[in-house]
Design a protein around this ligand. Structure first.
Ligand code: NDP
Ligand code: 2IT
Length: 444
């Protein structure tokens, strides 16, 4: 495989799609050696086929705001690869959404879903709609307008969307309601549903819980666990909330959360009611964490990121490229023991290099945050069987899946000197299953 030639062709074909090209390069660099040792992948042009989405659906979303004014947004669904199962992946509502971001997320999702061991292909969707400051009615009208276009392209055996940034239980409810209205079918086509109408217990917690379970496995590699550890988190949304909850349950102290406005430092630990307050903050649609500092009388660092705080475990849980080389150096200098991505691609390639050079165990999002989509897969199973598992059963399956993903990273990512390169391990393990399925299914 000629990596530079493939990247040059992709750059020509996808000009300016920096996030997508960044995600592809990271995967290709780490699987290059493996692909070269297994020539069937080259002869079947697997890399060329895997980096081109099966299809992209783009549509206009027109809706009326509370003032009676007509608003126009763009909606997308990137159906990237369904070699191992129906397309599966979240929907993101954020003003930054564009094709590059959704293609990077859809591409990552292929490998992530493969790692879960469940039969799910990779997809992602979303819109440049900005939920900030919108009323509940506006959110509902937007979700309905979005689903009016999307519904033809999804289905429980075809493509099963879920939440992501800006899309949580409320938005899934409005979209599912409109799907039902249009199709008259109640078949679980979205995951992350409410617990009384087909949702799985533990799905809201799953991404954060899974990331902590994964980090726990990483800590074992260096003879440690969560007990008594200091954890720095970024973000304050769904993933950060779940991570704060589980890290605290395991005996760690979470000292930071952050928003686009800055970060709060709570040296006593974000636990109990303070974790519940994160939900309130998120639901306020204001996208700021400063009120936490005011409510609990702790320090707020405006416009700064939490990576300057001394911690044992760093878990970026907000968004892509939020932890750069300088942040990574600061974390290493302050003695960080493991870094585990709750968000998708929050660490820049330069930051990842710093962790690898310093032999800090680094868990990439596609492995560490796979608990969210894995539990979505468990929701699909429950919907298919028309029954519901207990919270304990779902959580135990989730924990086992995370332990297995970690074991796969160790299997394929252990270097001759004993250091586990989780990026390499995750990419190779995720790739094999999808690539082999593509070969089995012929030229399509
Ligand atoms: P939420 O919308 O619940 O929360 C994301 C939070 O991060 C928002 O508060 C957002 O604010 C904030 N944020 C955005 N940019 C920054 C920044 N530069 N600094 C600090 N905070 C920022 O989304 P999720 O928690 O669901 O998603 C977080 C990450 O986890 C994303 O990368 C997502 O793709 C990933 N993920 C989510 C899964 C899920 O099940 N929900 C599963 C796997 C991964 P604002 O909106 O103002 O930018
Ligand atoms: O990035 C992700 O894995 C998600 N946003 C969850 C996708 C899902 O289908 O549950």
């Amino acid at each position: 495989m000629n990596l530079e030639k493939i990247m040059q062709d992709l750059e020509k074909k996808n000009p300016g799609q920096t996030e997508f090209l960044q995600a592809v390069r990271e995967v290709l660099e780490s699987i290059e050696g493996f692909v070269n040792e297994n020539p069937q992948y080259d002869s079947h042009k697997i890399i060329e086929r895997l980096t081109e989405p099966d299809r992209i659906i783009q549509f206009r979303v027109t809706w009326v705001d509370d003032k009676g004014e007509i608003q126009v947004n763009t909606g997308y669904r990137v159906q990237f690869n369904n070699a191992i199962g129906p397309y599966k992946g979240g929907i993101r509502f954020h003003p930054s959404v564009n094709l590059s971001i959704l293609k990077f997320l859809g591409f990552e999702q292929i490998f992530k879903n493969s790692l879960t061991t469940l039969p799910m292909g990779g997809a992602k969707g979303g819109s440049d709609f900005n939920p900030k400051g919108k009323s509940d009615n506006e959110i509902m009208r937007f979700c309905q307008a979005f689903m009016t276009e999307l519904w033809r392209n999804i289905g429980p055996e075809m493509d099963v969307p879920a939440g992501d940034i800006g899309v949580g239980g409320r938005e899934i409810g409005y979209m599912y309601g409109w799907w039902k209205k249009l199709t008259r079918e109640h078949n679980g086509v979205l995951t992350g549903k409410g617990r009384n109408w087909g949702g799985s217990l533990i799905r809201p917690e799953a991404t954060g819980f899974g990331a902590v379970y994964f980090a726990n496995e990483m800590l074992k590699l260096v003879g440690q666990d969560f007990k008594g550890k200091i954890v720095a988190l970024s973000g304050f949304g769904n993933v950060a909330w779940g991570a704060a909850l589980k890290a605290t349950q395991l005996g760690a102290k979470v000292v930071t959360i952050s928003g686009p406005d800055g970060y709060v430092y709570d040296p006593d630990g974000i636990s109990g009611d303070k974790i519940n307050y994160m939900l309130e903050l998120r639901a306020s649609n204001n996208d700021i964490v400063k009120p936490y500092a005011e409510k609990y009388g702790v320090e707020f660092f405006e416009g700064r990121r939490p990576w300057e705080v001394k911690c044992d475990i760093a878990m970026p849980c907000a968004t892509q490229n939020e932890l750069n080389e300088e942040d990574a150096r600061m974390l290493v200098k302050n003695g960080v023991k493991v870094v585990c991505e709750g968000a998708n691609m929050p660490c820049t390639p330069e930051a990842v290099t710093v962790f690898h050079e310093n032999k800090i165990p680094f868990g990439p999002g596609k492995a560490a945050n796979a608990g969210g989509v894995a539990t979505s897969g468990l929701e699909m199973s429950q919907n298919g069987m028309k029954l519901m598992w207990s919270a304990e059963e779902v959580e135990e399956r989730l924990r086992q899946i995370m332990v297995n993903i970690h074991a796969n990273c160790v299997k394929y990512g252990t270097e001759p000197n004993g250091y586990v390169n989780h990026v390499k391990g995750a990419n190779i393990a995720g790739f094999i299953k999808v690539a082999d399925a593509m070969i089995d299914q012929g030229v399509i």
